[in-house]
Design a protein around this ligand. Structure first.
Ligand code: ZN
Length: 427
């Protein structure tokens, strides 16, 4: 009886400690939760995004991940500010400009500009390139553009951008631009008065780690958990579930955490991160990049849309920015002789390297690439309400997660270190 108990205990211990391969049951449970209608499309600023974050955090907890250095929670929340121009008025040479001929993007609480001050008007004549002038002044602190009436069409187009609320990670850190349409050739006197209103919203990444023997060499697995939320005009189904984009990548991050945790302590430290607000400007990865030392991150596996098989066939996945480092080659070598295969992004015209969170880290020199399997050129569910779990091939997705785990083996073991990406080549 006693021996039997010892044996049983030993068997339990073994099953608890042996590697836990990614499996379709876990994959199905996690992606079905993230992409359920209850999550209402996980729009970063909607309350359901926090439900998704809490769910991811509870999975990290159950897996036994550690919090990142200094964190008390898996949820890494941070404020994002939305600034809208509340009022704007302008006059030139004593004459008030009609409100439809003024447009402003204001990031300060209020503006009061007059002749003789710091702001000098920039004239955009009938034959000048207004678009180019606007672009080159976008990050200048204060700009007043006086635009010739012949430019009305371009003026209206840019006014549309300026009048939209702008988002910022800091208060008052942005720039102020005021644009008026006026035939005046010489501005002798002017006044501009504007007020802006700022609202703050807390949004959150979810991050956990397995501390390796080397604490200053970090491998990151990431995916964005936010999606587009609920959009009108798409009745009867107005919920954009984002099953493939990117509940699939988020599920992969969770299942890779489960797998690598079951393997015991790795050589290199592994971070598992679910980013927020990828779809609204990449703010999650920008916040994350400010919390880490990019020089310590040896590789970033950003996983985007692995729910549908690639056109090249089963057990294949492609890597964006393949030639920017030898990350892809290392993955190819690591899976040599297995059923899996990695290759370069087949859609270079789509600029996918720049269209996800990897680019933020690549700008800091990290070999940061996105891995995907989606046939994006023919995928009719991309950014549609129809991006549902029922359109995915979860067996393929489970295999893709296994492929990524196998591909990462030599980087996690410290055997291989990808070459850095040259930040000067990343826009
Ligand atoms: Zn995405």
């Amino acid at each position: 009886m006693k021996n039997f108990a010892v044996l049983l205990f030993g068997a339990l211990l073994l099953s608890a400690c042996g590697p836990k391969e990614p499996n379709i049951a876990d994959v199905t449970r996690v992606i079905s939760t993230l992409a359920s209608d209850d999550m209402r499309g996980r729009q970063a600023f909607a309350p359901e995004a926090m439900d998704a974050a809490n769910f991811i955090g509870s999975e990290f907890e159950a897996i036994g991940l550690s919090k990142l250095n200094g964190d008390t929670d898996f949820i890494q929340d941070f404020p994002l500010y939305t600034v809208s121009t509340a009022s704007i008025s302008a006059s030139i040479n004593g004459e008030e400009i009609a409100s439809d001929l003024v447009a402003a993007s204001v990031s300060s609480d209020s503006l009061n500009w007059m002749e003789g001050g710091e702001v000098v008007p920039t004239y955009v004549g009938a034959g000048d390139n207004l678009m180019a002038t606007w672009r080159s002044n976008r990050s200048v602190p204060n700009t007043l553009l006086v635009v010739h009436p012949d430019q009305k069409e371009a003026f209206d187009q840019i006014a549309g951008f300026l009048r939209r609320p702008s988002r910022s990670m800091t208060v008052g850190g942005g720039s102020n631009m005021v644009m008026v349409l006026s035939a005046v050739k010489t501005v002798k006197t002017f006044s501009v008065a504007a007020k802006a209103s700022t609202t703050e919203a807390m949004i959150a990444n979810v991050a956990g780690m397995i501390e390796g023997k080397r604490t200053d060499e970090i491998v990151v697995f990431s995916g964005h958990y936010d999606h587009l939320g609920v959009r009108g005009g798409a009745e009867p189904d107005s919920i954009f579930n984002g099953a493939n984009d990117d509940a699939s990548g988020t599920t992969a991050v969770i299942e890779l955490a489960r797998y690598f945790k079951s393997m015991g302590q790795p050589e290199r430290t592994i971070y598992f991160v679910a980013f927020t607000a990828e779809e609204s400007g990449g703010y999650g990865s920008r916040h994350f990049s400010e919390l880490v030392n990019p020089d310590q991150i040896v590789a970033m596996f950003n996983i985007e849309m692995i729910g549908k098989p690639a056109v090249e066939g089963p057990n294949t996945a492609w890597i964006t920015g393949f030639d920017r480092s030898d990350f892809g080659t290392i993955l190819q070598e690591a899976v040599e002789g297995t059923v899996f295969n990695f290759y370069a992004d087949p859609y270079p015209d789509q600029n996918l390297f720049y269209r996800s969170d990897n680019a933020t880290l690549a700008r800091l020199g990290v070999p940061a690439h996105s891995i995907s399997t989606t046939p994006i050129d023919v995928d009719t569910d991309y950014h549609q309400a129809s991006d549902e779990v029922s359109t995915l091939d979860l067996e393929h997705m489970t295999n893709a997660i296994k492929a990524i785990a196998a591909g990462a083996a030599t980087i996690i073991s410290g055997e291989k270190t990808p070459t850095r990406i040259d930040p000067s080549t990343v826009n």
